[in-house]
Design a protein around this ligand. Structure first.
Ligand code: ADP
Length: 334
């Protein structure tokens, strides 16, 4: 039995001609972290709401632990027990302290359990020092952690998060990402999140789903979606790419690659090297510009009549002719 199985699900909002989600299928295992990425409007939030049982679907089925998710209309409180959403607007109780916010979902339990579980969640989400504060007295990252603690108090098995780390500054964000993934893994939970940040998705996920116009175009591990993207759009979504025709790569490298003619070849900017190793293709180009990017320099080169983008460790002066190299494994035929 699959932990979650989404089967041929479609959903169109009333008044919209195009479905927001179309014939979409995937499954996930317990304990996995799954991210959905894609352009704005591609149907990611709609998918999350369908899984959460918050909106009704037109076609298909969603099974959670073997049980079909019910339409919200058939339930007193919409949503599936065991599946809980951390909303983007956090939904904290503004006039209650951190402690009270976490305790609220636990009020039906006995006092001893309430206190123990609240203590545990304060610890898990690193909020002990702020227990007496009101939500508005917390930083953005602390507020996000409180929303997570409050949702965890409801004992979900599957957490849903819609753009969980947006509106946070980069330093807070990267710390929170690590915190959240540790919490999920340590508590034995599963997570589906929607994000526009490809770095978050690559770092955190066991599987990434790329959506376009309501369809799930690729569902794969971070390594596979990065190294074997199914489309140019997916390749471009995960970094700076160069797109060639196969005959151009053969012409520039002077080698017969035995790739179908006029097949498109994608080479990522970070796949190029400035030193040779055996088996690599050799290319030559004239530097047009070096741009400092922190960890690396982004170099623009003229190769034949083509502009190529690569990363290098050092800046290279304009007009210098350089040799550069790429491993055959890093040629992505699409
Ligand atoms: P994403 O999360 O990828 O940005 P959404 O799931 O929010 O995409 O939206 C998918 C499509 O459905 C978009 O075209 C959007 O305009 C439309 N849509 C989303 N919510 C509603 C709604 N409540 N009513 C009508 N159309 C909607």
């Amino acid at each position: 039995m699959k932990f979650l199985k989404v089967d041929k699900v479609s959903k169109a909002y009333s008044g919209n001609e195009k479905p927001a989600v179309s014939d979409l299928a995937f499954s996930m295992k317990r304990g996995e972290i799954v991210s959905f990425v894609g352009a704005s409007g591609s149907g990611k939030s709609t998918l999350l709401k369908l899984i959460g049982g918050l909106i009704s679907l037109d076609k298909g089925t969603i099974h959670f632990q073997g049980k079909e998710i019910e339409e919200p209309e058939n339930k007193l409180i919409p949503g599936e027990e065991g599946i809980k959403m951390v909303f983007q607007d956090l939904r904290l109780m503004p006039n209650h302290t951190v402690e009270e916010n976490i305790k609220y979902p636990l009020l039906l339990f006995d006092k001893g359990y309430q206190n123990d579980r609240t203590e545990e969640l304060l610890g898990v989400c690193h909020l002990q020092a702020f227990r007496k504060r009101l939500p508005r007295e917390l930083s953005g990252g602390q507020q996000q952690r409180l929303a997570l603690a409050k949702t965890l108090a409801e004992e979900p098995e599957l957490l849903l998060m819609d753009e969980p780390f947006s509106n946070l500054d980069p330093i807070v964000k990267s710390k929170l990402i690590v915190d959240v993934s540790e919490i999920i893994r340590n508590q034995g939970l599963s997570l589906i999140m929607v994000t526009h940040d490809t770095q978050d998705a690559l770092m955190l996920s066991d599987k990434i789903g790329f959506m376009s116009e309501g369809k799930l175009v690729q569902y794969a591990s971070p390594l596979n979606i990065y190294n074997k993207p199914k489309s140019i759009d997916i390749a471009a979504f995960f970094g700076t790419i160069n797109i060639f025709d196969s005959h151009e790569v053969q012409q520039f490298s002077g080698e017969n690659l035995e790739i179908a003619e006029y097949q498109r070849i994608v080479i990522r900017a970070e796949s190029f090297r400035t030193s040779f190793e055996s088996g690599m293709l050799k290319l030559e180009g004239v530097v047009q510009g070096s741009f400092f990017k922190g960890a690396k320099y982004l170099i623009r080169l003229k190769v034949g009549n083509r502009l190529v983008t690569m990363y290098a460790n050092e800046m290279i002066k304009n007009g210098v002719r350089i040799k550069f190299y790429v491993d055959r494994h890093n040629l992505v035929a699409i």
